[in-house]
Write a protein that binds this ligand. Structure first.
Ligand SMILES: [Zn+2]
Length: 465
């Protein structure tokens, strides 16, 4: 109570000095994009902040000013932005979120006076003070028409999934997404994006998604973070108009598909004689990455690669595909022999099955590597297209990707093969959760299913010309 009384007292002193300066004929002019704003009430400076008559100024901007007498609340809306100010309260509500300000709105001489800079900036304007002429210049924010601005974030829930949409004012050309743990989250970086005026969507209480944060990560990157309660499968895609990114979180992990290959697309007849070379990474004296648990080695990459490759080979054969395994046992095959074998066999597609490892135990999720070569053309499909089929199928079966498909021109199996080729890194053996997953039959089968699906889609696409 005493605090409120003190506030009132301070307010009265401020108002007294404000009217005093007015009395000295210290008139403050107002202009909007160079045009004077006329009003029967002049602006005034209170505690170093300029208060302006709300209605005259914000209606000149094309805004709507509403006054709620019972709540002593003024609401200024313009476009999709809304600023609510309560008389004598230093907390404003911008698009539903509270924000502190230095000087509250006040009623002076029966006019609602509001802080011009605070409200203008919230509505997307820039405010300059011309000290010589004592004019407050309100200007439409200069935006580069080529600049991508992120203007909206939405959240939607259905029975099967949650959907987060991130919308820009123009085409989104480049983005990357990755997942991070402790705490679980999905991060989406939008390149060449600046954060527009967006508000946090309301997220109903649920078991999976905690919240959505956004920031201008650096000068040219807008970062969106979806905080999760636990790891759930997520996929990121661009909407048809290229202006929105859609993150879909499925409420349950993809069920294990029927081991007989149910759920795989049908292989078209013409593609059945096209040879697919399957390369189970490492082998023999080369173990590949090693998974450790409590200081003990528990998994060699070469073994799990072969396991997945064999499962995939079975699925493909059931669909009538023509396949060749570079190795079917724990044998050593040199790195250069692998592409050489595929070339000698005149293979149509080449797929290498691997798993990942990193010095950082935080990294997790699958990754697809490719390299577009001129010689891809002989198979009617680019390595990147093959990689995209894999990315889509893996997201569907395994959940969160570590990255979008990565171009790797220096890897031998990608640059020495003369046909479209990809490498899939299924999981990180260096991440405890990924390691636990890749040791399960479910995960290995889903990995094999996704890879088989990518191959069938690529084969079908390659003969459909
Ligand atoms: Zn490997």
């Amino acid at each position: 109570m005493a605090k409120r009384l003190f506030g009132l007292l301070v307010m009265l002193i401020i108002l007294a000095s404000a009217s005093l300066s007015y009395a000295e004929n210290d008139v403050i002019g107002l202009s909007l994009d160079g045009q004077s704003i006329l009003s029967d009430t002049t602006a005034m400076i209170v505690s170093g902040r300029t208060l302006v008559p709300a209605r005259a100024v914000f209606e000149a901007m094309g805004g709507v000013v509403a006054w709620d007498d019972a709540r002593r609340e003024v609401t200024v809306t313009r476009g999709s932005s809304e600023v609510k100010l309560i008389i004598d309260s230093k907390t404003a509500i911008i698009d539903g979120l509270p924000k502190d300000m230095d000087v509250p709105a006040a009623i002076i001489s029966e006019r609602t006076m509001i802080p011009v800079r605070f409200v203008s900036e919230a509505l997307g304007y820039q405010v300059d003070w011309d000290d010589t002429n004592r004019i407050v210049n309100i200007k439409t924010l200069e935006t580069d028409p080529l600049q991508l601005s992120i203007t909206g974030i939405g959240f939607f829930e259905s029975e099967q999934e949650y959907k987060v949409t991130i919308t820009g004012n123009k085409r989104i050309d480049a983005y990357k997404n990755f997942s991070m743990s402790s705490p679980e989250r999905v991060v989406l970086d939008i390149a060449n994006g600046i954060l527009g005026q967006i508000s946090t969507p309301i997220i109903p209480i649920n078991d999976n998604i905690m919240g959505i944060r956004f920031s201008q990560f650096d000068e040219k990157t807008t970062r969106i973070v979806v905080d999760l309660k636990k790891q759930i499968p997520a996929s990121v895609s661009l909407a048809e108009d290229d202006k929105s990114l859609i993150i879909v979180f499925s409420k349950s992990r993809a069920p294990v598909d029927d081991q007989t290959g149910g759920g795989l697309p049908e292989l078209v007849e013409l593609a059945k004689d096209k040879l697919v070379v399957i390369d189970a990474g490492h082998g023999g004296k080369d173990p590949g990455a090693i998974g450790f648990s409590n200081g003990q080695s528990v998994l060699y990459e070469k073994d799990v690669n072969l396991d997945v490759a064999q499962r995939m080979n079975e699925l493909l054969k059931q669909q009538g595909a023509n396949t060749y395994m570079i190795r079917s046992f724990d044998t050593s095959v040199s790195l250069l022999e692998r592409p050489a074998m595929a070339n000698a066999l005149n293979a149509h597609l080449f797929i290498s099955i691997h798993n990942n490892s990193s010095d950082s135990s935080n990294l997790k999720g699958f990754e697809v590597l490719y390299f577009n070569k001129e010689s891809d053309i002989s198979s009617n499909i680019k390595s990147r297209t093959f990689a995209d089929f894999a990315q889509t199928a893996l997201v569907e079966k395994l959940g969160i990707a570590f990255k979008s498909p990565q171009e790797r021109p220096t890897l031998a199996v990608l640059n020495k093969t003369s046909m479209p080729a990809i490498i899939i890194e299924g999981a990180f053996l260096s991440n405890p959760e990924d390691l636990a997953l890749i040791m399960t039959d479910d995960y290995k089968q889903n990995y094999a299913m996704a890879a088989a699906k990518a191959i069938i889609n690529a084969l079908n696409a390659s003969v459909r010309l």
